[in-house]
Ligand binder design. Structure first.
Ligand code: PLP
Length: 401
């Protein structure tokens, strides 16, 4: 059967699948249903009444838990409400309006961020909406092109920051090597108030048997004499419940004091009841790892199904490749130049909503129009099998012109 006929047959199935975002599936959310009954008291270990205002830096036991999870002293961790993305946004806004410790507000001069690409669309949207110019930096197998990064930050004092997803990056699944981490910590920046926005969103989200680790960036920064350079973000969004997790920020004592001061103006304290029940559920590193293994059991077959369909339908197609992630939530399907947008449109006509082509690039522009972010987590295994087939057929049809 011709590709066009196969595509038409697929279209006739009348499917309606949304694969646009990396959301956990309901079965994954069910793994943390014990949260509903996890509270035995509304008092924290130190007697804090979690029903009331206060506790801007988070409960001591929640800070201790995230300190353990992130391998950082509890005193250098703040636990806030549910979204780490909100913390990233606020760090940028505070830096723009007030400056980072000891420095003038960023907004007094043009501000630029380096953006490893392909990357996370919402990072780029924050920059766009807050008036920060973005420069693309290509990703390699071990992280961003560090020769280019070092050159750019040394020359241009408007470069105040850089986005980093150090492990199982969204969408390429890249794991930063120790050498890259050290170079990021030690590189000479023309801007003295440069910050690494270290988004450790997928720290525990392994898909393979190997649990890959990334060097501790805060330690590397201290050793390199740049203790305030990195701000680490994480959350339990894809560990417990994506809409009701807890988020954390870890950084140097100076950055923590700075954050606490500014965050104190925007809230009289986070949701400590949620922190308390998360401490009861997640307990320690071993408990989190056991829970993540259950997530892995649910996610791995879905990733395998997509990869098998791609191999079947696209394995012999010149110029088409895809990543084989060892963790995280995405597969990056790479098409020949100029075929990604057309593939997304054809998939849509066949009932599959994909992330818009270009979304993984600043300003939504993939200069070569060739990256498709595939998010296998949410649909059922049967749906994902069908969707991967439909995406592959859409791509093949797009390539036929
Ligand atoms: N960072 C990355 C790289 C992500 O992929 C996501 C969600 O997909 C987030 C952050 C969102 O984190 P949170 O739910 O803690 O706001």
């Amino acid at each position: 059967m011709s590709v066009a006929a196969q595509y038409q047959a697929f279209q006739q199935l009348g499917l309606k699948l949304d694969m646009s975002r990396g959301k956990p599936a309901p079965e994954q959310l069910d793994l943390s249903n014990a949260l509903t009954g996890a509270l035995t008291s509304y008092l924290a270990a130190d007697g804090t009444d979690c029903r009331n205002y206060g506790g801007g830096v988070g409960l001591p036991e929640a800070r201790a838990l995230f300190g353990q999870l992130l391998d950082v002293p509890a005193a250098q961790v703040v636990v806030d409400s549910s979204s780490s993305l909100a913390l990233m946004h606020d760090v940028i806004v505070y830096a723009l309006l007030n400056g980072v410790p000891g420095h003038a507000p960023w907004v007094q001069n043009p501000v630029t961020f380096l953006c490893p690409v392909p990357g996370y669309d919402r990072h780029f949207s924050i920059c766009e909406v807050r008036g920060i110019k973005m420069i693309n930096v290509p990703m390699n197998a071990e992280g961003p092109d560090m020769d280019l990064v070092e050159k750019l930050v040394a020359e241009d004092a408007s470069i105040k920051g850089m986005w980093i997803v150090p492990k199982y990056s969204n969408p390429g699944g890249v794991v930063y090597s120790e050498r890259v981490v050290q170079r990021l910590a030690a590189m000479k920046t023309a801007a003295p108030d440069f910050r690494l926005m270290w988004d450790d969103a997928y720290r525990f989200h392994h898909l393979g048997e190997r649990k890959l680790a990334v060097a501790n960036i805060l330690d590397a920064c201290v050793q390199a004499g740049n203790p305030d350079r990195a701000i680490v973000f994480a959350s339990s969004s894809k560990v417990s419940w994506a809409g009701s997790g807890v988020a954390a920020l870890a950084a140097s004592p100076a950055n923590i004091a700075w954050w606490t001061k500014h965050a104190g103006f925007r809230s009289i304290g986070p949701d400590k009841i949620n922190q308390l029940r998360h401490v009861a559920l997640l307990k320690d590193v071993a408990t989190v790892e056991a829970l993540m293994e259950q997530h892995r059991q649910l996610l791995k077959p879905k990733f395998d199904a997509v990869l098998a369909q791609f191999q079947h339908y696209l394995g012999e197609v010149p110029g088409v490749s895809w990543t084989l992630p060892e963790g995280g939530y995405f597969i990056d399907l790479i098409t020949p130049d100029g075929a990604a947008k057309r593939t997304v449109a054809l998939a849509k006509e066949a009932g599959i909503t994909l992330t818009p082509a270009g979304a993984a690039f600043p300003y939504g522009v993939d200069p070569r129009d060739r990256h498709l972010r595939i998010a296998p987590s949410f649909p059922s295994l049967q749906e994902i099998n069908q969707a991967a087939q439909g995406i592959a057929l859409s791509l093949r049809l797009a390539l036929e012109g």
